[in-house]
Design a protein around this ligand. Structure first.
Ligand SMILES: C[S@@+](CC[C@H](N)C(=O)[O-])C[C@H]1O[C@@H](n2cnc3c(N)ncnc32)[C@H](O)[C@@H]1O
Length: 452
């Protein structure tokens, strides 16, 4: 009899999308955080739902051959690296299966999935961190949210982040204590300091620190800037971002530069990019080059094509393709990112690009009814995928190729199905591991127009 609080022994067969181990008791699946495929574990059932149960890991009876020891002291608490204790090769196999399952189940797409392109050193790969600030058990904490909650796990170091973060955390904690800075309370909406955000250019080593506050100014900002610049000779930007809204969205609209510029620069695939506080920039620059190489290869440009790059961010893919195309039109909703994209084109002496600051779903139907005739459309939407209006306008624009870059297998599968139902065929699916030690996976897909 399966009931709550009962203890039982299960062998882990799979992982959920959230990275919990899946083991079955009498054919009924239990999800167990901290267990990896191949583990034989004793668990306690915590909650039963209609189709699955949640269980707590009590004891590992026999560890999986794919289990590796954790290199992070916060792993059991922090919600970040869900697959840190799974051997890296096994992580890649899991991601390939995850993509395949979603494409088959949701999209009914049976195109072969290529093996995931993994990373040589899957640690210290992130160039951006967003740390919530708060109190946990009355102790000042800067770190990450605990798995499934808004309690903060205070951390000194994160093994997938650049080591520079540890020092920044230390300085901000000292600054908070020395200046009696109040900390934002999510429940009451009172208190000043909310989040610490860091960005670093891996090639240039240029650093940006953003403090998100529930107000306009911080005490002794100049002194903080002085301490920061003394500690970090590569600090290029210290920014105060104002967010006074009671919301889970981390950044508010307004930035004020306390030190340096409103951007840092980095180089990627031989081009230089300016990145401002609100602009998206892929978080794993080593693997981003692998991803973008795939896009360039699949585009296979001859030199005179018109390319549409939707959801273009600061124009990274646009500029890479512009070097090989007749013209590239980029569309992006964040105005600051579009400004970066235009400056990036200029700084790299690329003259055949045009960028629009607009929502893709709004501008694309307009472009489709004008005389724009792209041979290739590249899309790289956020996790929710493309709006129906975007997909419909893409079909209307009738490109011979669509290159779809995605970080969410489920919405990718849904959108590929729409395009397959509208004269496109999925030719190739290449997953790339942009997020080692987590459940997330990036994919690049080539679709071609089926000639009737
Ligand atoms: C996954 S990022 C890709 C950016 C870029 N292609 C890159 O590789 O750096 C998605 C981008 O889409 C933008 N975005 C989100 N919603 C949008 C919309 N409705 N229309 C246009 N751009 C949007 C985001 O601001 C973000 O820059």
């Amino acid at each position: 009899m399966i009931k709550e609080n009962k203890q039982c022994i299960v062998v882990i067969e799979d992982l959920t999308h959230q990275g919990e181990g899946v083991g079955k008791i009498e054919g009924f699946p239990l999800f167990i955080a901290g267990a990896v495929p191949g583990d034989k574990v004793k668990v306690k059932i915590i909650k039963l739902k209609k189709n699955f149960g949640l269980a707590e890991l009590v004891k590992i009876i026999k560890p999986s051959e794919d289990r590796v020891s954790s290199i992070c002291q916060y792993h059991n608490l922090c919600g970040g690296c869900q697959t840190l204790t799974l051997d890296y090769e096994a992580q890649l196999v899991f991601k390939e299966k995850r993509v395949k399952d979603a494409l088959r189940r949701i999209g009914k797409i049976d195109t072969a999935i290529k093996p995931v392109l993994g990373m040589e050193n899957p640690h210290r790969y992130r160039n951006k961190a967003q740390f919530p600030i708060g109190y946990s058990e009355d102790k000042l904490s800067i770190g990450f949210f605990q798995r499934g909650s808004h309690d903060i796990v205070s951390i000194d170091d994160c093994k997938i982040q650049h080591p520079f973060n540890s020092k920044v955390i230390d300085i901000i904690k000292n600054y908070i204590r020395a200046n009696n800075v109040s900390i934002y309370n999510e429940k009451t909406g009172k208190g000043l300091l909310r989040h610490l955000i860091t960005k670093i250019g891996f090639q240039t080593q240029e650093q940006m620190v953003i403090l998100v506050i529930n107000g306009d100014t911080m005490p002794n900002e100049e002194e903080l800037a002085h301490t920061m610049t003394q500690t970090f000779p590569n600090l290029k930007s210290l920014v105060i971002n104002t967010n006074t809204k009671k919301t889970n969205v981390i950044m508010g609209m307004n930035n004020r530069v306390v030190y340096g510029h409103n951007y840092i620069t980095d180089t990627l695939c031989g081009l230089e990019f300016q990145i401002s506080p609100h602009a998206f920039y892929q978080v794993n620059p080593v693997q981003t080059e692998v991803l973008y190489d795939q896009v360039v290869k699949l585009a296979d440009l001859k030199g005179d094509e018109t390319v549409l790059d939707l959801y273009c961010g600061i124009g990274t893919i646009s500029l890479l393709l512009a070097q090989r195309a007749g013209k590239v039109i980029g569309v992006e909703s964040v105005e600051a990112a579009v400004e970066d994209a235009r400056i990036n084109a200029e700084n790299n002496q690329i003259v055949n690009t045009e960028f629009y600051a607009a929502n893709a779903e709004k501008i694309l139907p307009e472009l489709a009814s004008q005389s724009v005739k792209p041979e290739i459309i590249v899309v790289d939407p956020p996790r929710k995928g493309c709006d129906k209006e975007v997909l419909e306008a893409m079909v209307k624009l009738n490109p011979s190729k669509i290159i779809y870059v995605s970080c969410n297998p489920s919405t990718l599968a849904r959108d590929l199905r729409f395009l397959e139902d509208n004269v496109y065929k999925t030719e190739m699916v290449q997953p790339v591991d942009l997020f080692p030690n987590t459940v997330h996976v990036e994919m690049v897909v080539l679709m071609s127009r089926v000639e009737k």
